[in-house]
Design a protein. Structure first.
Length: 236
């Protein structure tokens, strides 16, 4: 990991300029191990908290709420949402979509058999469910995308969700970059973590992306969550 004193944190580094190993060729065993490490990081650093807090604001409904997780990875966020919904007596239908078949395989393996969560391999923006989508969430996926891809994603979320959408991602900062280097994770995660923070966002980045997606800034929220998260959401 290069010294942070030589890194410019004022700009978001495009993913094409700074690849993550997890986005490349990877064995299933390594990929699954990375997902397990990321799940531990999310638990230890309260990474689920912003999404669950946002869902607390959802209007209560009698019929099940269909929640779709885009870039669902190993499925840890949807499994946590399932627990949250059961505790709050909220009926939900949960769908996870990821373009990587290794993610779908891992999500199925890591999810209890009695769970009703559906896992789909494919491009979310080509997803055509039989039932309408109420809420779309995404966690730690946006920083894997180029800016123009993020704009298209936000536009799709806006057009597809009936109730709202929420993106839980990283805040770009030297502190977060340094912090991640202190812990010894799986080698791929140890490489990709600091890279992720350089590809991450600041508030002005999201303001620009929302403007490009034609989402009025006043209708969305941009919230910092400690440690190291910057989240964007909108209720309709």
């Amino acid at each position: 990991m290069p010294s942070s004193s030589r890194i410019d944190f004022s700009r978001r580094v495009p993913p094409k300029e700074l690849p993550e190993w997890m986005d490349g060729d990877c064995s299933y065993e390594d990929f699954r191990a990375c997902l397990l490490s990321l799940g531990k990081i999310n638990r230890w650093l309260l990474g689920y908290r912003p999404t669950l807090a946002w869902l607390e604001r959802a209007p209560r409904r009698l019929q099940p709420i269909h929640i779709v997780d885009v870039g669902s990875g190993g499925g840890d966020l949807l499994r946590r949402i399932a627990v949250w919904a059961e505790r709050h007596n909220i009926a939900v239908r949960l769908t996870g979509i990821d373009m990587n078949p290794l993610a779908t395989r891992a999500a199925i393996e890591l999810t209890p058999r009695e769970s009703s969560i559906r896992w789909i391999t494919g491009n979310a923006m080509e997803y055509q469910p039989q039932e309408p989508v109420d809420i779309i969430v995404s966690s730690l996926m946006a920083h894997h995308l180029e800016d123009e891809q993020i704009v298209r994603l936000v536009q799709w979320m806006e057009a597809t969700s009936r109730m709202g959408w929420f993106i839980n991602d990283l805040e770009r900062s030297e502190w977060s970059y340094r912090m991640f280097g202190w812990v010894r994770w799986h080698p791929i995660v140890r490489h990709d973590g600091p890279v992720s923070f350089r590809r991450a966002f600041r508030t002005e980045d999201w303001r620009s992306l929302l403007n490009q997606a034609r989402i009025p800034e006043a209708s969305a929220t941009i919230e910092k969550w400690r440690p190291g998260r910057l989240c964007v959401g909108r209720w309709k």
